[in-house]
Write a protein that binds this ligand. Structure first.
Ligand SMILES: *Cc1c(COP(=O)(O)O)cnc(C)c1O
Length: 377
């Protein structure tokens, strides 16, 4: 598929990545205006975005609060970790990939007492081990877990983990960066105190900010905990709630795009319809890749519809850099692997792409294999 930019003539590539993603032309066009950060229209726009975000999480204002934080998703993870754990608190991070490890790293940099509960990367974590870890250490006050571990594509059993954490009386913090908007989820039912996502993943906006959906009661207990001025979550919320304003320059254009993306999500039929489109993308991808002789890293029962890791094919002519470059020249962008114990590349099935785009990618991969003289299976 060719998409040429109306002014520059540049041909857009189709992104099969975990973000930034391919976005609709109308989302990009929504940015073609300038808004002042104290403008009433801008303040209304931010309010409307925050209202729609709570709706997507299945929760009501007052029970939960939506907070927007400038920066990429990681900045927002850092805002939650640095602002919500008390000085004497302790964080347990459930780790089964690079993104879980990153949360633990954020906490250690902040000198927060942290334990990483490490699991193999190729399957869902063992719930009994989590339960045992919670029971074994009274010092733990907060638990962090990644919803879709984008390293592999596993979607973790968040409801079961939430029930355990809730029963043990701890606070739960979920990195739902790559799943929110594409996996139906009710925060209250899952016992989530803080959920983090970002503008440029499954809501299909452009990069520039992250989002926290916070349980109000938990948030209000965090006065004085912040270890950073610009990433102070409570202060950010107070600014937004009192005057609808950001403390520091907001990403006005990104917010305009995001508002349009939320409208397009609603028009598509909401989270369920979006999940169905991504599932169709994923099914078409896996069927086509298997037919060519590629093998997925995960077993089907552990694999989600967001992103899929594939093993490098066992062939002397396969070099990942060349494979990537040749696909890129055909306007298809895939993603390098992040699994620690296997050579993999990743293909995302999220963003403004359809089964037709997946078929285009599969054809480009077939062509690339022929160019590299690779015959599989
Ligand atoms: C993308 C992603 C992040 C990081 O987001 P950045 O915007 O690159 O900072 C964190 N966690 C998960 C699970 C992700 O998929």
């Amino acid at each position: 598929m060719q998409r040429n930019h109306p002014i520059t003539g540049w041909k857009d590539k189709v992104l099969f990545t975990p973000g930034p993603l391919t976005t609709s032309r109308t989302v990009k066009q929504a940015m073609l205006r300038d808004l002042g950060s104290r403008d009433v229209e801008f303040i209304r726009l931010v309010e409307e975005i925050r209202r729609r975000l709570l709706e997507l999480g299945g929760v009501a204002k007052g029970d939960y609060e939506a907070i927007i934080m400038q920066g990429s998703g990681t900045f927002t993870l850092e805002a939650v970790v640095s602002s919500t754990i008390p000085p004497e608190g302790k964080l347990l991070v459930i780790v089964s990939g690079a993104y879980g490890r990153r949360i633990a790293q954020i906490a250690r940099v902040l000198k927060i007492d942290t334990t990483a509960l490490n699991f193999p990367e190729d399957r869902k974590p063992d719930l009994r081990e989590i339960e045992t870890a919670l029971a074994a250490d009274d010092a733990i006050t907060h638990i962090a877990v990644v919803h879709c571990e984008t390293t592999t594509g596993i979607i973790n059993p968040i409801r079961a983990i939430g029930a355990m954490v809730k029963q043990s009386g701890r606070r739960l913090f979920v990195d739902a960066m790559s799943s929110f908007g594409a996996v139906p989820l009710n925060l209250a039912e899952c016992g989530i105190d803080y959920l983090v996502t970002s503008a440029n993943k499954c809501i299909e906006g452009v990069p520039g900010f992250g989002i926290v959906l916070a349980k109000r009661e938990a948030l209000l207990e965090t006065e004085g905990f912040a270890r950073s001025l610009s990433l102070d979550l409570l202060a950010q919320w107070k600014g937004l709630d009192a005057k609808g304003q950001f403390r520091f320059t907001p990403p006005t254009h990104t917010l305009l795009a995001f508002h349009q993306a939320l409208i397009e999500l609603e028009r598509e039929g909401g989270v369920e319809a979006r999940a169905a489109r991504y599932q169709a993308n994923h099914a078409a991808l896996v069927a086509g890749m298997q037919k060519m002789g590629f093998q997925e890293y995960l077993r089907p029962e552990d694999q989600g519809h967001i992103i899929t890791s594939f093993h490098y094919p066992d062939h002397p002519n396969f070099f990942i850099d060349e494979f990537y470059r040749r696909l890129n020249e055909k306007d298809y962008v895939i993603y390098p692997g992040k699994v620690s114990d296997a050579d993999c590349f990743r293909i995302g099935t999220i963003g403004r792409i359809s089964v037709a785009d997946v078929r285009g990618l599969l054809a480009a991969i077939r062509e690339t294999l022929a160019e590299m003289e690779i015959v599989l299976s």
